[in-house]
Design a protein. Structure first.
Lengths: 51, 141
């Protein structure tokens, strides 16, 4: 967890316009709650997108 | 003044009846406490009081550099929830509002050594070959 208001440089870096904002490996980002299955898919996507 | 109301403290105490193994909560602050550092430390102290299974260690981000490095802490307030091993769980900033509930549920998961993930999810994640860094940015509500 990263509290966006206390770390404005991260809120700015990741362009947080809504919460929760999830950032995986700096390669995958999405806003809002997702199902567990969708979250797992995003983790796998992030791995394949990470050099 | 307490940050957690007596009634809520009872609710937390009740919720923690399911705790299994010891949990170490590691908090990083500094001598001149930043805006939310002191509040985070006090919140954790109050949570640690609710169960003998929870211990709290407080370190200084400026002074305790070896510990800061061991846990990979790069900003404060920071909170680590550690059980029989370090699962990589970190809370940066105050776990207030809904995040207090997340903190409590994380303490339970760590204590039980179980993420609660579905079997299918675990199977898929078992194929990961590199560590994954997940950040969830939230605002206190």
């Amino acid at each position: 967890m990263v509290e966006a208001i206390e770390f404005p440089h991260l809120a700015h870096k990741y362009d947080v316009s809504g919460v929760p904002k999830t950032v995986i490996n700096e390669t995958v980002q999405f806003v809002g709650a997702v199902t567990e299955a969708e979250f797992i898919t995003q983790i796998l996507n992030a791995e394949s997108a990470t050099p | 003044m307490a940050l957690i109301a007596p009634k809520d403290k009872e609710t937390i105490r009740d919720r923690f009846k399911v705790l299994a193994g010891q949990v170490k909560v590691v908090n990083f602050t500094q001598e001149l406490e930043c805006q939310f550092c002191g509040e985070t430390r006090r919140l954790l102290e109050e949570i640690a009081e609710t169960s003998e299974k929870i211990s709290l260690e407080v370190y200084d981000f400026q002074i305790d550099q070896q510990i800061v490095e061991r846990y990979g802490i790069d900003k404060i307030p920071a909170t680590v929830i550690e059980g029989t091993k370090d699962y990589g769980l970190r809370f940066y900033g105050i776990p207030a509002g809904y995040e207090t509930a997340s903190l409590i549920e994380d303490i339970i998961d760590v204590s039980q050594g179980d993420s609660g993930l579905a079997h299918a999810s675990r199977e898929k994640l078992a194929g990961l070959t590199k560590p994954v860094h997940i950040q969830v940015l939230v605002t206190p509500t």
